[in-house]
Design a protein around this ligand. Structure first.
Ligand code: HGY
Ligand code: MN
Ligand code: MN
Length: 410
């Protein structure tokens, strides 16, 4: 059957998305399903039930990645679609969840049409894509792609000292499969853009050409706790002030370095008392740039600034890498397939880079990879008000269906 005649069942996709959105729903209208939390477990249970109801072969690997496989006519590497169902703390309903639900809908459409692809096709939900609780982000796909061992991943700790492997066991999702057990012929991911570009251009879809480089640093600043009322300013070793200076310096670099992004998302002050000059501050920096070289320059400038500040103000500063991934180009042939599928469906589409990290960044290490974006209203994401229209959701899912079907039978 020609791929161009296939269409997903929009209402069915939206009802699955609504069902998943109800898990970990927040009063603000978003979702909070932190990786390996009880809400994440409920979302996983829901997904496994949906995959089993579709008659797929459901497998879980040692890092908790969940995969549903539709057997093809021939043995061999599979066309894998996927994303993640974990969210950040103030997440929306679409980030990650849409890509998983759209992959489920693609396989449900093929089943309803009685179509068996040449190659196996699968949908996967990767563990801890967000990196909001455990580091690095894209952890499940990173392990799947062989970038990190299961043992190292299991040993990761969250901010409260919870151990990833223990949490995985607690929620019952430490599977038996070896991550990466299903060889991939190609990986396709549908995702919301999470930025303002598509909407600002009047809508349409995005054929993602790749993902920018990312560097997450955790800094521990140690000063001298002292009385906020009796300690003269010249006698203070104030890590809170140092943290503010570092945040400001990183922000200044975004004005002088092309395409540079910088964000301080976590600041934990100890002892956190109004009348104490702090002892320690733990802060994070999220640095991103489409250019590996410019990102490296930015990181070096931050480290130099910290060394000078430390020597001048007597603050001890230590660094810990939380995530570090290079700029990742996707596969030209697959990008073109996404474009062709959209054009055949009468959908306007433009090429663009992804500002956000995605599991596709990891899958591109092991197989041809591409993504299709749909517009984010207001460019909002990692925010309960995250929103995409039903029309764009259907358009993106039909592109995913047609591209995946084409690749699975090529
Ligand atoms: O941080 C990111 O870019 C992704 O949402 N994990
Ligand atoms: Mn995402
Ligand atoms: Mn995200």
């Amino acid at each position: 059957m020609m791929s161009s005649n296939l269409r997903i069942d929009g209402p069915r996709l939206l009802s699955r998305l609504a069902a998943l959105s109800a898990i970990g729903a927040t009063p603000e209208g978003g979702c909070r399903r932190l990786a390996l939390s009880d809400e994440d477990r409920q979302g996983r249970d829901w997904l496994v039930a949906e995959l089993e109801a579709l008659g797929l072969s459901v497998r879980i690997d040692a890092i908790g990645n969940i995969i549903g496989i539709l057997k093809g006519r021939e043995d061999g590497p599979a066309v894998i679609m996927g994303s993640h169902i974990d969210t950040v703390g103030t997440g929306g309903r679409f980030d990650g969840a849409l890509g998983v639900v759209a992959g489920v809908e693609v396989l449900a459409t093929l089943r309803d049409a009685g179509l068996t692809p040449r190659r196996d096709m699968a949908v996967i939900a990767f563990t801890n894509e967000e990196g909001a609780r455990f580091h690095p982000d894209m952890l499940g796909s990173y392990v799947w792609a062989g970038g990190m061992s299961v043992a190292d991943a299991h040993a990761e700790l969250d901010a409260d000292g919870a151990v990833l492997g223990t949490e995985l066991k607690r929620i019952g999702y430490e599977g038996l499969e070896e991550p990466g057990f299903l060889p991939a012929h190609a990986y396709l991911e549908m995702h919301i853009e999470q930025g303002p570009v598509l909407e600002s251009e009047g809508g349409g879809l995005g054929a993602v050409t790749g993902i920018q480089a990312i560097c997450w640093l955790e800094l521990t600043l140690t000063g001298k706790p002292s009385h906020a009322g009796t300690t003269p300013m010249a006698y203070r070793k104030d890590p809170g002030l140092a943290a503010a200076r570092i945040n400001l310096f990183a922000n200044e670099l975004t004005r002088t370095t092309q395409d540079q992004l910088a964000n301080c998302g976590v600041i934990r002050v100890q002892p956190s008392n109004v009348n104490v000059v702090p002892e320690t501050v733990i802060m994070t920096l999220d640095l991103r740039n489409p250019s590996d070289d410019l990102l490296a320059e930015t990181e070096a400038a931050v480290r130099n600034f910290c060394a000078e500040l430390s020597a001048r103000d007597g603050i001890t500063i230590s660094f810990r890498d939380l995530a570090r991934f290079p700029a990742t180009p996707f596969t030209e042939e697959l990008i073109a397939t996404i474009e062709t599928s959209a054009t055949e469906l009468g959908q306007p589409i433009r090429r663009m880079i992804s500002g956000a990290g995605h599991d596709a960044q990891m899958m591109s290490r092991i197989c041809p990879t591409a993504m299709v974006f749909i517009p984010s209203i207001g460019g909002l994401s990692h925010n309960p008000a995250e929103f995409s229209t039903n029309q764009d959701i259907a358009a993106g899912a039909n592109v995913l269906l047609n591209a995946a079907w084409r690749v699975a039978n090529a």
